[in-house]
Design a binder for this molecule. Structure first.
Ligand code: ADP
Ligand code: MG
Length: 339
């Protein structure tokens, strides 16, 4: 056996990248979540060839101080948490400090950023984990990142990508869910110079639903609300007549984070009782607020899986809220006509 030695930082980043960055949509998710954490009010996402050629994310958020920009590309470097206690009370979407170093290790990345009032912005250019250029740039407040040649140095990853159509669909899905989660942010997704999704950012979820799924569909979504000692649930669920062939149109957010949780989705569907046809699923957006101590988001590098304390209690709350809302709807057939 060879001697035990530490891996180079670049190699370690590439290994970590494998867990965080699976496909173009993962890059989009991480970059847009960073923009959200930076308090952006407007986020533009421009992609070419389903993100395989380029992904650009432009935000008008807080920006990064010029002196800290290269630090953002260090592994496990973050401005979002400091100590153990913060880890159990994560309020931001990011906290692992892995996205930027991971992306920079498997692609060509140019980041420009400036904070409010700065005289100059800062530009850095990384490729395959190496810093190629560092310079001053314009002082527009916010951050823009362009990612090119994704997986150019990890051919196995590149080969594993699906058709452009499939990769693009995943990007659209991420942007739609984030737009629904943050109706107060104006999102725009452009693919090969054509607008795909846009939301105005005025805080109205129903308008985002209309922008994404169409006005007719949005009219068939009912507002729901429920609360108990530990959880607050708000959102929209479709009338039983508006269904889809998969669960993919159900978005569940916990404290603003879009998560995948089979149990909570199941509870929502159960609320429909026998009103759904076999193999059909409702459309829904559920935003759940809870004490961050009740949820562990540090389960997986992509931060989409969570562990919940009191999961059964939350499932009951969701099921009952949906059931009762649909019952009321039957009593007042035209309640949604005033939208
Ligand atoms: P994390 O989001 O987990 O902190 P990242 O690698 O995604 O890790 O980002 C590292 C750091 O770079 C962030 O903590 C943040 O300080 C800074 N950063 C990244 N993207 C942006 C952005 N769009 N606007 C402002 N700061 C950013
Ligand atoms: Mg991040």
């Amino acid at each position: 056996m060879a001697d035990i030695h530490e891996l180079s930082a670049i190699l370690a980043d590439q290994i970590a990248a494998g867990e965080v960055i699976e496909r173009p949509a993962s890059v989009v998710k991480e970059l847009v979540e960073n923009a959200i954490d930076a308090n952006a009010s407007k986020i533009d996402v421009l992609v070419e060839e389903a993100g395989i050629k380029t992904i650009t994310v432009i935000d008008d958020g807080d920006g990064i101080e010029a002196g800290q920009v290269t630090r953002a590309f260090l592994r496990h470097a973050t401005s979002k948490i400091t100590d153990r206690n913060d880890l159990f009370r994560v309020h931001s979407l990011g906290f692992r400090g892995e996205a930027l170093p991971s992306i920079a290790s498997v692609a060509d990345v140019i980041l420009k950023s400036a904070t409010a009032g700065a005289e100059q912005g800062k530009l850095v250019h990384y490729r395959g984990g190496s810093l190629l250029e560092e310079s001053g740039t314009d002082a527009r407040k916010g951050t823009s990142i362009t990612v090119k040649d994704l997986f150019f140095n990890t051919p196995a990853r590149l080969k594993y990508l699906k058709s452009q159509q499939t990769e693009l669909a995943q990007i659209v899905d991420i942007i739609n869910r984030l737009a629904l989660s943050y109706p107060e942010i104006a999102f725009r997704l452009v693919h090969n110079d054509k607008a795909v999704t846009s939301s105005v950012g005025n805080g109205n979820i129903q308008q985002v639903l209309a922008a994404i799924y169409g006005v007719q569909q949005a009219r068939k979504m009912l507002a729901i609300q429920a609360e108990d000692a530990d959880f607050k649930v708000t959102g929209y669920v479709s009338l039983p007549e508006l269904t889809r062939a998969s669960r993919n149109y159900i978005s569940v957010l916990i404290n603003g984070r879009y998560i995948k949780n089979y149990q909570l989705t199941k509870a929502l569907i159960k609320g429909y009782g026998s009103k759904l046809m076999v193999g059909r699923f409702p459309m829904a957006v559920l935003a759940i607020e809870m004490d961050p101590l009740l949820v562990d988001v540090n389960v997986h590098p992509q931060k989409q899986e969570v562990r919940l304390s009191k999961e059964t209690q939350l499932m009951d709350l969701i099921e009952t809220a949906v059931k009762e809302r649909l019952q009321t709807e039957n009593l007042i057939p035209n309640a949604y006509d005033n939208y």
